[in-house]
Design a protein around this ligand. Structure first.
Ligand code: GLC
Length: 465
């Protein structure tokens, strides 16, 4: 849907105030900036179709698991702590995860309402979590003695989830991983190795839905031969979507640890940790609350993006208890409020203070985080005399009916030119961490709290005291 330019302009302004989001409607994806090659043109032409499921899915699970999990001090331990490679390699022999730990992740992801999973097949440490013919530094040839990526793929599929592979181009272990920048023979070897591993990942596990590249240090896209790499990926997996971290635009942008929409017409996915580390980190207790996660998810949906939320399993593959607790609580919420998330969007909707908004067709979803008091401090003001009211300024579409999304209970309301007030709500919030009101409108809802600003009767007009 294209917005009239004035609405669009005010939307960008409002997103600036509300959290750096911008509009990305699905149809607009077809208009993304063209890439140079013919293969890229084909990639672009098929993009809307390939990405359809992903746009609806909205919420995914990221899994960071590797040798660093044994140390339990973040996935950058090798470099940050300057661990000699010869010592780090010992971890590979001591890595003995329990069988099929990925089943637990996939079950939790489904319960949490996540629709896809992306697992680290090789992180910066260079250890391959899969079986490969190209190195012995792999789960199959070392401690685990089996292909952990295969277990992951099977687990995700068993729970009906889409499958994504994270792959770090940067490699701290491979002998050519750094010298490839200045030594052409090393570059050729390392690029052949890299493309070879990606080829195996794209060949040996059936249909893969997402390829999630990471850190392209120390080469430029031309040196990585990234165009060629993506071309190979699309030949092997015609339905796949790829991100932008091999130096090319790919299908979607990857804001990290922040919710930031890309330019209009560009798909994006915000990836985020549950505490502050991707890999298992014993000492990191900065856990986000379920409320923060739910709010973030809604904010991503309003901005037209996806939310990829990380777990960092322990060395044996089990999920830290805090992560389980948070994701279960999130799942309680998504299971009753999915209509407001999956396949929903935001577009021209304002941001709120105690509320946030998503929409689908003619329905506006009002997510109330901070439930109004039934005894407001200024009860002597006529407008605050009715108990427990959620009010919205700037809704420009006529409301037909309102109900609590989870229970289906009808909600009474009054509507004036620029204000709608949902009345007769229960004293306590019926749901947690947000209660969703489903507001059925006569047309596509337009909500812009700035809209009345220029026209709102000023002075004392409208106030009876
Ligand atoms: C960064 C970090 C890496 C993490 C990734 C997730 O690139 O280097 O450790 O895997 O972000 O987006």
């Amino acid at each position: 849907m294209r917005l009239p330019s004035t609405t669009r302009r005010s939307f960008f302004k409002q997103m600036g105030a509300g959290g750096a989001l911008a509009y990305t409607g699905y149809p607009a994806l077809l208009n993304a900036t063209p890439l140079p090659s013919t293969e890229a043109d084909t990639e672009q032409a098929t993009r809307a179709k390939r990405m359809q499921w992903w746009h609806k899915a909205k919420f995914g699970m990221f899994v960071h698991w590797g040798l660093y999990s044994l140390i339990g001090q973040h996935e950058w331990a090798l470099e940050i702590e300057g661990i000699p490679i010869a010592q780090y390699e010992l971890l590979a022999r001591h890595f003995q995860p329990k069988p099929n730990a990925a089943r637990e992740w996939a079950r939790l992801a489904r319960q949490a309402g996540q629709k896809y999973m992306v697992m680290t097949t090789k992180h910066h440490e260079g250890f391959c979590m899969f079986d490969t013919r190209l190195t012995d530094y792999s789960a199959a040839k070392q401690g685990p003695g089996r292909d952990l990526v295969r277990e992951f793929v099977e687990a995700a599929r068993a729970e009906g989830l889409r499958v994504g592979f994270y792959y770090s181009l940067m490699d701290w272990h491979h002998p050519d991983g750094a010298r490839c920048a200045s030594d052409e023979a090393a570059r050729k070897r390392f690029v052949a190795y890299t493309h070879g591993l990606v080829r195996e990942l794209m060949t040996n596990y059936g249909k893969i839905d997402i390829l999630w590249y990471d850190v392209d240090w120390p080469l430029k896209p031309e040196q990585w031969e990234s165009e060629h790499m993506n071309q190979m990926v699309f030949e092997l997996q015609p339905g796949i979507i790829v991100n932008n971290r091999n130096g090319l635009a790919g299908d979607f942008a990857t804001p990290e640890q922040e919710i930031r929409a890309s330019e209009e017409g560009r798909a994006w996915e915000s990836c985020m940790t549950l505490n502050e580390s991707w890999g298992f980190n014993r000492g990191d207790d900065a856990w986000k609350t379920p409320k923060t996660i739910v709010r973030n998810l809604i904010k991503c949906v309003r901005g037209g993006g996806n939310y990829l939320l990380n777990i960092g399993p322990k060395p044996d593959g089990s999920i830290p208890e805090e992560s389980v607790r948070i994701l279960e609580a999130v799942g309680q919420w998504t299971s009753g409020n999915g209509a407001a998330i999956y396949g929903a969007q935001g577009g021209e909707l304002s941001w709120g203070v105690n509320t946030d908004y998503t929409r689908k067709g003619n329905k506006l979803y009002v997510h109330v985080y901070n439930w109004p008091s039934d005894t407001p401090a200024v009860q002597w003001m006529p407008i605050f005399q009715t108990a427990t009211v959620v009010a919205l300024g700037g809704l420009q579409t006529k409301v037909k009916a309102v109900r609590l999304l989870k229970s289906g209970e009808p909600v009474t309301f009054t509507q004036e030119e620029y204000t709608v007030r949902f009345t007769g709500l229960p004293k306590m919030p019926p749901d947690n961490p947000a209660t969703v009101l489903e507001v059925e409108c006569e047309g596509e809802p337009v909500l812009d709290h700035e809209a009345p600003r220029a026209h709102w009767p000023r002075l004392k007009t409208g106030i009876s005291s």
